[in-house]
Design a protein around this ligand. Structure first.
Ligand code: ZN
Length: 259
């Protein structure tokens, strides 16, 4: 079975909001590794203003610590970044795609819709994070269903199945990633919620930011409703984590570094 490691590959601090993290997953299968999202990268840390721009850094509250990058996290776990053969990208926002350039040999798997947005350099993305020309594998519509949702099997060749689950709205091609674990699944929802509290209330202050940041807010709310249904009806079969909620990192995980 594929082993799942939890990595925090970035910290974002916005005044008056809780500290948020960049909760990536590292899948280990034999001698191969796959990353689910990449957090901030070494190039971001070393050339932050020229790569990201000061206004984005201030707006998102990016904190830059080399020890937070996926490369250093993987090394700290005693593994080799060179063994990362695949990256599965939920979407192309800069806090998710910054580390891509650190894994130039990896195939980057994402939805066809998201790839089209990134390829078109739509405004929210940072083109320099993709200027190394990754090897893309983009997945279009599928007839496969997963707990009532469309599922696009990801071709990583691991012993556990990996599925892209369209959860559109945050961006036009945003997907979650489901990983099979014996008789359960772990669903990484990406940014389909920022904080887990959004599963139970529409009144959380972060819901305002989620609506503002959505490329299609009606789709975002529909995706959130699907997640609420999964929690209600399939709690015994599906575990769920998001990308930004600090409380969802494993409890033994070191707390994020502050500036
Ligand atoms: Zn994000």
């Amino acid at each position: 079975m594929t082993t799942i490691h939890h990595l925090n590959c970035g910290t974002l601090l916005v005044p008056s909001y809780p500290t948020v993290v960049c909760h990536c997953l590292l899948l280990q299968d034999g001698d191969q590794l796959a990353l689910i999202d990449t957090g901030i990268g070494l190039k971001d840390v070393r050339n932050l203003v020229e790569r990201l721009g000061q206004s984005l850094i201030d707006q998102a509250g990016f904190q830059f610590h080399e020890s937070d990058t996926a490369v250093r996290r993987i090394e700290a776990d005693g593994l080799s970044p060179r063994d990362v053969r695949h990256v599965v990208l939920t979407h192309g926002d800069p806090d998710h795609a910054g580390g891509l350039a650190d894994f130039p040999r990896a195939i980057v798997h994402t939805s066809r819709e998201e790839h089209a947005q990134i390829d078109g350099s739509q405004g929210r993305y940072v083109p320099t994070q993709f200027s190394h020309r990754p090897s893309w594998k983009a997945y279009g519509r599928s007839t496969r269903r997963w707990f009532g949702l469309e599922a696009r099997p990801v071709d990583v060749g691991f012993t556990s199945e990996v599925l892209l689950i369209p959860l559109f709205g945050h961006t036009l091609g945003h997907c979650g990633v489901a990983i099979q674990q014996e008789n359960r699944w772990l669903l990484h929802v990406g940014d389909a919620y920022y904080l887990r509290a959004e599963l139970t209330t529409d009144d959380h202050p972060v819901s305002v930011i989620a609506a503002q940041r959505a490329d299609d807010d009606a789709q975002r709310r529909a995706s959130l409703e699907h997640l609420r249904r999964l929690v209600r009806d399939h709690r015994d079969e599906v575990n769920m984590i998001g990308y930004h909620d600090l409380s969802e990192l494993p409890s033994q995980y070191p707390l994020p570094l502050r500036r």
